[in-house]
Design a protein around this ligand. Structure first.
Ligand SMILES: *Cc1c(COP(=O)(O)O)cnc(C)c1O
Length: 430
């Protein structure tokens, strides 16, 4: 398609779609096709994907095995919509998830289908924690991100997202995340507040925490800090909710992001890549003793996306039946760290700092606006990547986990050239 057609198509979004649109502004082109770690726009320009649908496409775009199963299912008139009635697709997903993911990790969780999105699983987790404990306060963490509906927004840090609520966001209080303040042990601070009956902080129903903050700056909590938060939760009978919507599904190197911390959360939220193929799906996992829901107490029309069950089951069977994929992610994660560390040394002008874990990494730039400009320049050169953090100060890498080393190296080369261009344009010096 010609440039003219492409420009005309972008006009459609400007004229007909609400101003609320976001990513079509960051990546102003019209995409047509995608495969693996690449996308192509209507002009045939190729893009390397370091964004992967914000962690929804961990297994890449249009994986052949999942596509085949999906087409077969549709062709056979398999059930598409069924509320939460029993279907073969639902049964196979539950059994596969239990056999391949939960059992080998010695995790005993009930599975709830809360609705198809990340914020749906978070809302259900908050509801359940309040119901189980009979308390209403939830402790969240600085720079946390949990979604856009009222309950999730109340535990989200970002001021402009919170302002969108248009009404007070209540029953939540934010405490400092790990390393929020240099040299201060925030876990000890939280424990002190909770043991002091005059601190003004009530004992909450739950802590809700991301092990690596996806939107809030790719801040990785140390395993030690996570263990301390878990110990505090146990001490005061507080439920520990891990929001693994972005960091889960292998992103940090293990299926669940908390596995290496050795913690045992009461509730786990999964979405984004759980459907495998980019299909809307979410699950909420919790300890069986917390399964006190009444039938239909948390209901919803789209709590059984059968097509997502088909691709999710295929993804789990293909990628998680043995340790190979985990090893691959860890190896690529180290490769990314090495390459980014090189860039940070090579370009002291941007005052870069390496952030993250596994294949959820980023460079936090000490100079205002640099990360955003690097992403813009990268897009012009065929690389899709986004920023993260309260001031968009982190250039964030979230490539599909299946990307080749060659693809990673090419993308990072584009970052290199883009950084050079930003330094040149801005006249930055070290
Ligand atoms: C994306 C995200 C959510 C919200 O998911 P939606 O599908 O956008 O509602 C919640 N928590 C975390 C950690 C996320 O990254």
């Amino acid at each position: 398609m010609s440039v003219f057609v492409q420009e005309a198509s972008m006009k459609t979004f400007e004229e007909l779609e609400s101003k609320v649109r976001s990513y079509s502004r960051s990546f102003p082109t019209v995409f047509e096709k995608s495969k693996g770690y690449k996308l192509w726009d209507v002009d045939g320009n190729e893009y390397i994907d370091f964004f992967a649908g914000a962690g929804t496409l961990n297994y890449g775009h249009n994986n052949d095995l999942m596509k085949k199963k999906l087409i077969e299912y549709i062709e056979s008139d398999g059930i598409t919509h069924s509320l939460d009635m029993g279907t073969i697709a639902r049964k196979n997903f539950l059994e596969t998830f239990n056999d391949v993911i939960l059992k080998p990790r010695n995790l005993e969780y009930k599975v709830m289908f809360p609705g198809p999105t990340g914020t749906n699983t978070v809302e259900s987790a908050l509801k359940l924690a309040r119901k189980v404990t009979g308390r209403d306060l939830v402790i969240s963490f600085t720079n946390g991100f949990h979604g856009m509906t009222m309950g999730s927004l109340a535990v989200t840090g970002n001021a402009s997202k919170r302002a969108g609520a248009g009404t007070p966001l209540t029953n939540a209080v934010a405490m400092p995340f790990d390393n929020y303040m240099d040299g201060i042990d925030s876990a000890a601070y939280i424990e002190k507040l909770l043991e002091d009956s005059s601190s003004g902080i009530d004992i909450p129903a739950a802590f809700i925490v991301e092990t690596v903050q996806g939107e809030g700056g790719i801040n990785a909590a140390s395993f030690e800090w996570l263990r301390k938060i878990e110990a505090i939760a146990k001490r005061f009978d507080i439920l520990l909710i891990i929001d693994d919507v972005q960091a889960g599904n292998g992103r940090t190197g293990t299926f669940f992001s908390f596995e290496k911390a050795g913690i045992d959360p009461d509730i786990v939220c999964l979405s984004k890549s759980i459907g495998g193929y980019g299909m809307p799906m979410a699950i909420t996992l919790f300890k069986p003793e917390h399964d006190i829901w009444g039938a239909g107490e948390h209901n919803g029309t789209f709590r059984g996306n059968n097509m997502a069950f088909i691709t999710a089951t295929e993804a789990i069977k293909n990628f998680w039946a043995n340790d190979e994929f985990e090893e691959e992610i860890q190896e690529k994660g180290e490769f990314i760290s090495d390459k980014l560390a090189d860039l940070i040394v090579k370009y002291p002008e941007i005052q870069g700092e390496l952030r993250g874990r596994g294949m959820m990494k980023g460079i936090a730039c000490g100079v205002d606006g640099v990360a955003e400009e690097v992403c813009k320049e990268a897009f012009k050169r065929g690389l899709i990547m986004e920023t993260s953090g309260p001031s968009d100060e982190v250039a964030k890498l979230l490539p599909p986990l299946v990307i080749s080393k060659d693809g990673l190296a090419k993308g990072i080369e584009i970052m290199d050239v883009s950084i050079q261009e930003v330094i040149r344009k801005r006249g930055l010096s070290a």
